[in-house]
Design a protein around this ligand. Sequence first.
Ligand SMILES: [Zn+2]
Length: 356
Amino acid sequence: MAEDWLESAEAIGAVDDVLASVGLAHGSRKTLSGTWKGGERVKKLRAAKPTAEPRVLGEPGIVTVPAFDALPWLRAGFSTRAGGQSTAYGDGELNLGWTREDEAVNVAANRERFVRKAMRETAPGSAAIPELVTIRQFHSGMIRLVEAEHGSLTTAEGKAVLRGDGLLTDCAGVLLGIQTADCYPVLVADRRTRAVAAFHAGWRGTLARIVERGVGTMKLRYGSRAEDLVAAVGPGIGACCYAVGKEIRFEFESQFAYGPELFSEVYDSDPVRDKYPLLFLTARAPGHSDIGPQIHIDLAEANRRQLVDAGLRPENITVVGECTGCARDANGERRYYSHRMEHGYAGRMMSVIGVV
Ligand SMILES: [Zn+2]
């Protein structure tokens, strides 16, 4: 039996089937080639499911932050996956990204519902909703300013025009939106000038110091003072769930004096492996390497440190602290979309901030 077959999706699927037959579901694993194959199997299962009628379950899920809510002119929040009409990833979900798997009509309806929720509109349709500005994110350090005379930043279908990973504005009536499914959304508001910012920070954007540089740009363009800024680091994949390669550790340790503090070493203790060791002789679980511990990174702390280095007072920074990889709702459902935990077959959350 060839080595590459052992690492193939078929082999991993076969082991998963064995585990499933004894009532055990195993976590996701990565193949040698580094691509998530599990997602392919999920897609086939989903495709076989008859299309359900759109069904809205409850209010759109939103996580708000007291420091933002205390500012009467500000609207800000982070979405969860509950309370929409998408069926691509589970019934009645609030997918807010134009993903391949979801229907655009559902995403558009979800976006409108979420924006109204974030605006705290009690009666649907009671007022014109603000302009939602999003960007085509690409894990960069690129920051975009939305000016008063900014022209159209959205296509007729509601898709973003500009590329970038940070948005700044000092205009009222504009809602800045960042999409994530494991990466960190970071929102900033200036209590004095009423400028706002939204950033998309995965490991690449964090390494590019997008948040630290973005606050610097607020100072430069809007005259913001660090002591007037309040910020929140939203839900993202936690140190509990985010194993990375050692090259990422080297990068962060080279770039940040506090780099070593961002990493923890986690020794594998998988109850399934412990109970059925023979199963794992033929299908190795990558990331569960037999040489040394896994390295986990704390990107929430990395972005909090960038806010501190940009001059924000620690008491003005809220870290939501929920992990998109493992947080569950009260009913036991996954609370957030997770690109990593769902093998790339995931919807998107949206984080918004704007001035009314
Ligand atoms: Zn976690």
